[in-house]
Ligand binder design. Sequence first.
Ligand code: ADP
Length: 502
Amino acid sequence: MPKTISEKKSEIKTNGEIHPASHASKWNYAPSPESTDHIHLEKQYGLFINNQFVKPHSNKYFDTINPATEEKIADIAEADETDVDNAVKSAKNAYEKYWKKLSSKERGKYIYRIARMIQERSRELAVIESMDGGKPIRESRDIDVPLAANHFFYYAGWADKLEYAFPNRKPEPIGVAGQIIPWNFPLLMAAWKIAPALACGNTVVLKPAETTSLTALKLAEIIRDCDLPPGVVNIITGAGKTGAVLVQHPLVNKIAFTGSTEVGKIIQKAIAGTNKKLTLELGGKSANIIFDDAPINEAVEGIINGIFFNQGHVCCAGSRLFVQESVYDEVIRKLKHRMKSLIVGNPLDKNTDIGAINSKSQLEKIHYYLDIGVKEGATIYQSTSILPTKGYFCAPTLFLETSQSHRIVQEEIFGPVLTIQTFRTVEEVIEKANNTPYGLAAGVWTDKGSKIFNLTSKMRAGVVWANTYNKFDPTSPFGGYKESGFGREGGLHGLLPYVNLR
Ligand code: ADP
């Protein structure tokens, strides 16, 4: 059994010193949990194929757990080869019979309808997202669900304007898209994948991550209630094995995957030599860079937002902090101070800043890296947030005095863990920030526009935020360089993976 973080905290000795974070001078907020009365959840969920929920061929189900309470929420069907085959054939049939023949304007109307129904059911979706995935209700309510609706609105608008997106070319749909998504933004990732695929005239088989299937299944209900032609969107649940079968299915024409670099490489190998199109959005180890002329208070808030909100479960999390040496003391002092007021706890409470880690295995992975960091000689600092006794929680953690060669600096941890290094010159920080196998995102904080432009042109990162972090918009493309993957999602660029251009 791994030790709990509070057990570990009392043992942490770094460079001979013990660093207990001093007790938080936190304001006391009365609990303000979001009500769950209006939520309707089945005890058991089947597979969504041809606009119907059907039993899995094997009759096998697995549990989906609330990571904040460790309680089971529902049984989720496990799709095997027969189920995947049924889902893909249903998508193929819907593509040939209805979807590719439908006028683009009519396609757009269906997608608008999905967007509006997500808005109508936004409270329910937000609560279920937080229950199933562990993220704070503030995030699911204010970020995940509105952005998911916005993605459908945005791509609905493109459906009948594709010839303007690709002037002098003739965009044609590809066919059946197999889409596999991770657990960090379950509904939002489903929207990122489904909306552009449908707008371009493709049909879909989507597989959510095994720990967070519920909002995708709620989206299935919405799709059914929107009267989409049967088979245009199919949602099948299961773990990696189900995903692998989907990837290999001969009638699938395109794979869109978001997840770990390790699985991304397996998928790339699996479809090598076929004519399947592929986009991969993989891991990250993004740099957040603070210059001495930056607005420090805002930058500190940006650091917190970049790595601690959403438990660091963001592929573009600003997990490596680079601070210019002259403002290092001030930044660290303010960062530690701000960390004292972060509330870790019940994801459904509106006061909560940091919710539950998505699963037991992910919490174990984070603990594994905390041990490595200490062994590597970095100085650890954790906030004294009182963690709930039940559920998978992790205190926000800083690693000071880290170096480029440390594994905690090089490898993706996917938790609320921030490594910190200093720099003196612009050249030095660009070199250090780019010195990673990943290239998903970066942040730069400075008063000087010229520094921002210099950095954005030299950083090997798909997105560079200036004086902000983790800001998303459906009109803006997102994607990586190097081992963070290829292809873009969002914006005009997000249409390209779903069309053949003639
Ligand atoms: P994470 O490390 O974030 O859990 P994974 O890459 O393991 O990310 O999982 C992301 C998604 O990929 C999940 O839906 C998972 O079930 C699926 N998956 C895992 N292994 C495979 C595989 N070999 N082929 C296809 N999909 C897979």
